[in-house]
Design a protein around this ligand. Structure first.
Ligand SMILES: Cc1ncc(COP(=O)(O)O)c(C=O)c1O
Length: 431
């Protein structure tokens, strides 16, 4: 357990995500994590409702994933990927090509979700550069999106509500259209259709690619929208000669009830980004896949190569554990499990629609969202959740669950009841 001076050091010297060093939010010291439980240094055990920002789909300390890391560790933990290849990378990429929507069949392995987005953007710009089209130098996307914290990724995050609007003056200016408003499961509404058709008609000549999080907009607002929207986007991309990029970093590997969110619409993009649960949350790794056509055109261009190559590209430990995580997921009826989680989330959270503090409840797959009428006081509500022995970290006015798929009905009940109780305490909400 950390002593007092180490805790003070943490407070005064270590940045945590999106926090101040002048007025830091409280942090909880974690000793270990096992299955769906997080053990604090105080000895308290919390039911995890976050999957460590949506990636630990198999829970923590899974023996199969640990074994994959140990086995690979005994052979080689890292080796550069320039001029070298290795079995873990090849086996992982074969698996990714096999399970992602056809015809995605070229894989670029990289370090994090944000970097997978940077690579996707580079692929799109290099593609049109190779084709000699100097006008296609902008991206099109929807409002309320989130694609990461690096500069290229920030440039396609929601420009108003996003976490990054202060950077707007130094970011490239891309084309934003209204966020999809057709709810999941409905036919495309006239408003969405109009926005899409008008934007493509007006801007297609300068647009290199349309980038979107399929079906679920995550950190930009936890919004779920219709598969029909993606079908229309694909149709317009084809007819206006625009590449389509799907950011499946949050939705990939079963989270929405299908292996990839693209499967809901039966639509395949030209470029797809994966991350988060790719490694089962064991370590950082991401991937950008593209079609043969995209790869061929990129490589026929002036540079002759895709201009990216991070130091830790295709790290063997990460590749081995990613493959093990995918094999573990595919080894059981994960779709049935995710559907059971969806059923439980629906029955516990939907009654909250009547609560005066609740604006909307949304559930899809292993995602349950309670959108409140007011923003939460993060430190206060977090303290309450820990007291209730759950780990739930809301943001803005969104209290949500994305638990590991191994969560059982009883644990889901504990998580949901904590949310129910949290709504009745005024101090949890900003005035
Ligand atoms: C949809 C989406 N894209 C990209 C990212 C960025 O991933 P990372 O945090 O690994 O850079 C995130 C992270 O939350 C995400 O949800």
């Amino acid at each position: 357990m950390l002593n007092k001076s180490q805790i003070t050091f943490d407070k005064n010297h270590i940045w945590h995500p999106y926090t101040s060093l002048e007025d830091p939010l409280p942090v909880y010291e974690v000793e270990s994590a096992e299955g769906v439980y997080i053990s604090l240094a105080t000895g308290q055990k919390l039911v995890d409702g976050m999957s460590s920002w949506w990636c630990a789909i198999h829970g923590y300390n899974h023996p199969k994933l640990n074994e994959a890391v140990s086995h690979q560790l005994s052979k080689m933990s890292h080796i550069m990927f320039g001029g070298i290849t290795h079995e873990p990378a090849v086996l992982l990429c074969q698996k990714l090509v096999e399970i992602t929507p056809a015809p995605l069949d070229k894989v670029f392995l990289c370090d994090s979700g944000s970097i997978a987005i940077e690579v996707a953007i580079k692929m799109a710009f290099q593609y049109w550069h190779s084709k000699g089209d100097s006008k296609k130098i902008r991206l099109m996307t929807v409002s309320k999106g989130y694609h990461g914290d690096s500069f290229g990724a920030m440039s396609v995050c929601d420009p108003q509500n996003g976490m990054h609007h202060i950077f707007n003056p130094v970011l490239p200016k891309h084309e934003f259209i209204a966020e999809p408003s057709t709810p999941f499961g409905s036919e495309l509404n006239a408003t969405d259709l109009k926005h899409l058709e008008e934007a493509f008609e007006k801007h297609h000549e300068e647009i290199a690619a349309f980038i979107i999080e399929p079906i679920v907009q995550g950190a930009g607002g936890m919004r779920m929208y219709a598969a029909d929207y993606l079908k229309k986007v694909k149709e317009l991309c084809v007819s206006y000669n625009i590449l389509l990029i799907f950011d499946e970093i949050a939705t990939g590997f079963g989270r929405t009830g299908t292996l990839f969110a693209a499967n809901h619409a039966n639509v395949s993009p030209d470029i797809m980004c994966l991350g988060k649960s790719l490694t089962g949350g064991m370590m950082t790794q991401a991937a950008t896949l593209c079609t043969e056509n995209v790869a061929k055109v990129v490589c026929e261009g002036e540079s002759g190569v895709l201009m990216h190559g991070p130091t830790f590209m295709a790290n063997p430990l990460a590749c081995a554990v990613s493959l093990a995580s995918i094999e573990l997921l595919l080894s059981y009826d994960w779709a049935k499990k995710v559907s059971a989680i969806e059923g439980d989330l629906n029955s516990h959270l939907c009654p909250l629609k009547q609560h005066p503090r609740v604006k909307e409840v949304r559930v899809l797959g292993a995602i349950g969202v309670v959108e409140c009428t007011q923003d939460v006081q993060v430190a206060e509500i977090q303290k309450f959740f820990v007291k209730e022995s759950v780990w739930i970290r809301p943001f803005r006015n969104l209290i949500y669950l994305m638990p590991p798929f191994i969560v059982d009905s009883n644990e889901l009940n504990i998580l949901c009841q904590a949310i129910v109780k949290s709504l009745d305490i005024d101090a949890h909400f900003k005035p």
